[in-house]
Structures are given as C-alpha cells and as structure tokens.
Design a protein around this ligand. Structure first.
Ligand code: CA
Length: 223
C-alpha cells in the first residue's frame, strides 16, 4: 500500500513516515502542496494523509486533485474542533485525524479506508488456491499463510489485480518503491525470484516478458 504523506512539521513527518513503513506501508513523505503535486504526477498512490496548515497553503485544496487521481484522503488537523472536521469532510476528505495521532490507529483507519466499497480494488483478491487480503495485508496459498515481505506482497497484489494480463515493469517499480528509495533492476529481479519460490508449491509461475514485465499463470495440471 503506497501512501503519500503531506506534513510540514519535520519531526512528525519523519516519525510518522518511519512508523508507517515499519507497519508495512510504502511511504512518500513531503512537506508542501507543491511537492505533493509533483508526487501525484509521477507515482500512483493508494491513499494520502494530508495536513491542513502547510507552508504554501491549505491542505484541503489538494483534495480535488487527489480525487481526480482516485486517491482517498485522510486529513490531519492540529485542532479537533467540530468546525475543522466538518470543513474537511465537506471538502471531500474520506476521514480525518486529530494530531498528535497514534500510528496504530492511523494504520487501522488507512486499512478501513481501503476496504470501503467504491474503492478501486476489492478487499480480497483470489485465484485458484491463492488468496490475498488487501486490508489485512496477508496472502494465503491454500490454508497456508504466505510469508511475504512488503514488496513481495505488493508485487503479488499487482499480478493478481491484472491477471491474466502482464504487469508492466514501470508500474511494478512505481508501486514497490517510494520516490526516495534506491531502486535497482537486480533488486527487483530478486523480489520476483523470491515470490516465484513462495508460489511454486501451488503450481503458480511468474512468467518474465523480457523488457515488458511479468505475468502470473497457473498451468493446467497434466491429465
Ligand atoms: Ca502544518
């Protein structure tokens, strides 16, 4: 799950970004509306957390752009007064947080937000014996939970979302790596290899389409 965090208080931004990463989210953290605009232009996000008072304007003004990109928004505000919450929800926020916020609560609310009907992806993706719960961030092969790292999980989700089509390499890179994380083609190949090994017991293959991307396939068993 890729989060855009817009928060200008450095301590809070670093604390929240690191805390959310430890809880399994990919996070791009920025301090201004302008930087948030730049991020939305180059990467795809599942959800945004937006502070209201930012150095270059009111955080709520970002909501129409987020809506155009299909990104639900959680608005954070330093003051919990009713007027602020109503303004946020009126402006199109999907939920709000009162600062200082507890990161376990934030994680739970992010997952709830992504489980809501009307969001782009169904909460649970299934194919054959493979099942992936996007809310619980867990996948299973038959009854067995799969032990997947954050990027392996994100890759499996992408493969299931588009199955039987090919996931293109750029999209994978976009979803698995935040903008400030070092990316290398070899690291991506290693993630694919690890996921391939995890899925092999179920008969699943990850086909490599050279220069294009990957495709998840389940060959018919020999008759
Ligand atoms: Ca602020």
């Amino acid at each position: 799950m890729h989060i855009l965090l817009v928060e200008d208080e450095t301590d809070l931004r670093v604390l929240a970004a690191n805390g959310l990463r430890r809880r399994g989210f990919a996070v791009d953290a920025v301090a201004t509306l302008a930087a948030a605009h730049d991020c939305l232009g180059v990467a795809r996000f599942d959800v945004a957390i937006v502070d209201r008072r930012l150095p270059d304007g009111e955080g709520l003004t970002l909501l129409p752009m987020l809506a155009r990109h299909g990104v639900p928004a959680l608005v954070a505000t330093a003051y919990g007064e009713l007027d602020d919450r109503i303004a946020g929800l009126d402006a199109g926020a999907d939920d709000y947080l009162v600062k200082p916020y507890d990161l376990d609560e934030v994680s739970a609310r992010l997952r709830a937000l992504l489980r809501r009907p009307g969001q782009r992806q169904p909460p649970v993706l299934t194919h054959g014996t493979l099942r992936l719960d996007t809310g619980a961030q867990q996948a299973w092969l038959g009854p067995e939970p799969l032990d997947l790292g954050r990027r392996e999980f994100a890759l499996l989700r992408l493969l299931l979302e588009v199955m039987p089509a090919v996931v293109i390499r750029d999209v994978v890179q976009d979803r698995l790596y935040t903008l400030d994380e070092a990316f290398s083609p070899n690291a991506l190949e290693a993630i694919v290899s690890r996921l391939r090994r995890r899925l092999a017991p179920g008969g699943y293959l990850i086909e490599n389409r050279r220069g294009i991307g990957w495709r998840l396939v389940l060959p018919a068993p020999p008759s």
